[in-house]
Design a protein around this ligand. Structure first.
Ligand code: PLP
Length: 393
């Protein structure tokens, strides 16, 4: 049976070049990067080469990159590492948005439970934060702004440069979760004006379980993991050398893909996918319409459809998509991102996320376009609400 995977915001397949680059670090080059003998020196050199590549991807110095186990750890380290390093620990105020990933949202909830204050800035109907709302949320005890660069459900890009200016004017720290932006849009920490930026390997064709946090020179972080002095004492633990090598290779490939114009081609395929669905299937809408988005993501709401039912029906025919964040699947609550944008719970539940990856070809979009309209029509045939609406219209 033919299977097409259009759920690359959940995770991406490891590219063959990335797998090849990392493979020898499971066997031939197995040393502990902290060992001073030949084996250690070999892996240390590989880790430092990867650090250069990741630094080049985000536009910083190699010494400003801390390798982590992924996006969740990067977000947690940015938030808690920073706040725990400040004197006068209680009563800090943090500004975030209502559409963050749970790695940030639940960290903020934890801060509140521990006595801190958090403002959750809203988004407009297109899914964007207004930097003026961030400015208006500033308080004398605000220490950190943490707002994502690209949303995982809608792909909507946030005005991070303008938010960076708000942070700089108020002399505050700014963290951005760039997990869904890395490899899809150019990253430049200086232009963004952030002090901390997290990325994750498995969203950019490196394996699961590796990531990186940019920490601007001079930013003090209290490590969350205590142990050896790895990663300049910012993250203890023997390095995941194969994963780090893979992340470095994926960063290089991402840069090459930008230079070749691959992302423009990807966005053309994404546009074809969404325009055809919106044109062919009645009672549909594009979530995040009119906002700048990463080139691979389309979030579409299908009225009178239960998103989970559509995901299952499409999966049975070989197409993998999702209703939203992979870590929220099975959740009864409608997406917090879509409801924050003003969608009704029904519309949020009837939304599907299509996300392309580097491995997808135009034929994969053709396959989705063949299946989606007929599957939606079949499910609506079975839906009494759809029939009632059709009679009333
Ligand atoms: N932040 C965003 C925006 C994400 O989409 C994800 C993963 O879905 C994460 C953070 C967490 O990253 P990881 O899965 O590497 O822990």
């Amino acid at each position: 049976m033919r299977r097409v995977y259009l759920d690359n915001n959940a995770t991406t397949p490891v590219l063959p070049e990335v797998l090849e680059a990392m493979q020898s670090y499971f066997g031939e080059h197995f040393g502990n990067a902290s060992s001073i003998h030949h084996h250690g020196q070999e892996t240390r050199a590989a880790v430092e080469r990867a650090r250069e590549s990741v630094a080049a991807l985000v536009g910083c110095r190699a010494s400003e990159i801390v390798f982590t186990s992924g996006g969740t750890e990067g977000d947690n380290l940015a938030i808690f590492g920073l706040l725990n390093s400040l004197s006068n620990k209680a009563g800090h105020h943090v500004i975030t948005s209502t559409i963050e990933h749970h790695a940030v949202l639940n960290s903020c909830k934890h801060l509140e439970a521990a006595g801190g204050e958090v403002t959750y800035v809203p988004v407009d109907g297109r899914g964007q934060v207004d930097p003026d709302d961030v400015r208006r949320a500033l308080r004398p005890n605000t220490r950190l702004i943490t707002i994502m660069m690209a949303n995982n459900e809608t792909g909507v890009l946030q005005p991070v440069e303008a938010i960076g200016k708000v942070a700089a004017a108020a002399d505050l720290y700014f963290h951005t979760d760039a997990v869904q932006a890395a490899g899809k849009v150019a990253l430049d920490v200086k232009r963004i004006g952030c002090d901390l930026l997290s990325i994750s390997g498995h969203k950019m064709h490196a394996p699961q379980g590796v990531g990186a946090l940019y920490v601007r020179k001079g930013t003090i972080l209290r490590p969350m993991l205590l142990g050896g002095s790895h990663e300049r004492s910012r993250r203890a633990g023997t390095e995941n050398v194969p994963g780090i090598v893979a992340l470095g290779k994926a960063a290089e490939l991402a840069q090459q893909a930008f230079a070749r114009g691959d992302l423009e081609r990807m966005s053309a395929q994404r546009d074809r996918l969404e325009q055809t669905i919106l044109g062919e299937v009645e009672a549909t809408g594009l979530n995040g319409k009119g906002a700048p988005r990463v080139p691979n993501t389309a979030s579409i709401c299908f009225d009178y459809i239960e998103g989970e039912a559509l995901v299952i029906a499409l999966d049975l025919k070989g197409l993998a998509v999702s209703t939203g964040a992979a870590c929220s699947s099975g959740a009864i609550e409608p997406s917090h991102v879509l409801t924050a944008m003003g969608l009704s719970p029904e519309r949020a539940r009837g939304s599907l996320r299509f996300s392309l990856g580097k491995q997808n070809a135009a034929e994969d979009v053709d396959f989705a376009l063949e299946l989606v309209p007929q599957t939606v029509a079949r499910l609506r045939e079975l839906s009494p609400i759809f029939h009632r609406a059709a009679v009333n219209s």
